[in-house]
Design a protein around this ligand. Structure first.
Ligand code: ATP
Length: 234
């Protein structure tokens, strides 16, 4: 479904992605793990068109999206849950969800999707009129996920969805990710929590200073000595 081939990206004259290649097959959860500053977020930004690539290519279902603008990603049925949730704190939960459907012309379709989301996330329904800034960290993460789902994506890019959450909520968020996969959504998951990510991932890549250094099935990676020492604190 998603194919990233040898992409390079720079901030100014500092190259932070040095030829990243990865694949996400339809129906999979693919994890991208790595230390702080390795280039995980930058990889997602490159895929979603927020940051231009200097070389390489990105395709979705064989369509080249290497130079596509972020606001056109909805056309390719791709959506992103950004790092740090980035909900609009002064807007209500409902208005945050409406923004998730901003690029979609058929507003009836958007409202139906929002209804589905409020069904899937009952806590958001209870808090629909509340300012998003008053939600707990876990609820804000659910809102960020729901907002990304309003555009009915086939491919969801998730940037550190477990960040800053209590262990119980981390478990809930990972359950939701598996649920989404079971509903047919393909997921590229960036995570610091390598242990949890490898547990649910069909396939995983380790990124180190802008390069993929190891990849394999979630199962094989959990058993890999190098991965265990460096990323699973074992
Ligand atoms: P983290 O887990 O800490 O979010 P990451 O793997 O997502 O890390 P990136 O955010 O992709 O890492 O950063 C990769 C490198 O690019 C880092 O060295 C970072 O300092 C640098 N970088 C990130 N954003 C910018 C920016 N806007 N301007 C300059 N350098 C940046």
């Amino acid at each position: 479904m998603l194919s990233v081939k040898n992409i390079r990206c720079s901030y100014g004259n500092i190259e932070v992605l040095k030829g990243i290649s990865l694949k996400v097959e339809e129906g999979q959860i693919v994890a991208l793990i790595g230390a702080n500053g390795a280039g995980k977020t930058t990889t997602l930004k490159a895929i979603s068109g927020i940051l231009p690539i200097t070389s390489g290519s990105i395709t979705i279902n064989n369509v080249d999206i290497s130079r596509e603008k972020p606001y056109n990603m909805v056309k390719h049925r791709m959506s992103q849950v950004p790092e740090g949730r980035q909900v609009f704190p002064e807007l209500s939960v409902l208005d945050n969800l409406l923004l998730g459907g901003y690029a979609i012309k058929d507003k009836k379709c958007v409202n139906d999707r929002i209804d589905n989301m409020l069904e899937f996330f009952p806590r958001l329904r209870e808090r629909a009129k509340q300012h998003a800034g008053t939600l707990s960290g876990g609820e804000q993460q659910m809102l960020a996920i729901a907002r990304a789902l309003v555009s009915d994506p086939k491919l969801l890019l998730m940037d550190e969805p477990s960040m800053g959450l209590s262990p119980k909520l981390v478990g809930e968020v990972f359950d939701i990710i598996v649920d989404l996969k079971n509903q047919g959504i393909t997921i590229l998951l960036v995570e610091q929590n390598a242990h949890m990510a490898l547990n649910i991932a069909d396939y995983a890549y380790v990124i180190q200073t802008g390069e993929i250094v190891i990849s394999g099935t979630g199962h094989d990676m959990s058993a890999n000595d190098e991965v265990r020492k460096a990323y699973l604190s074992e």
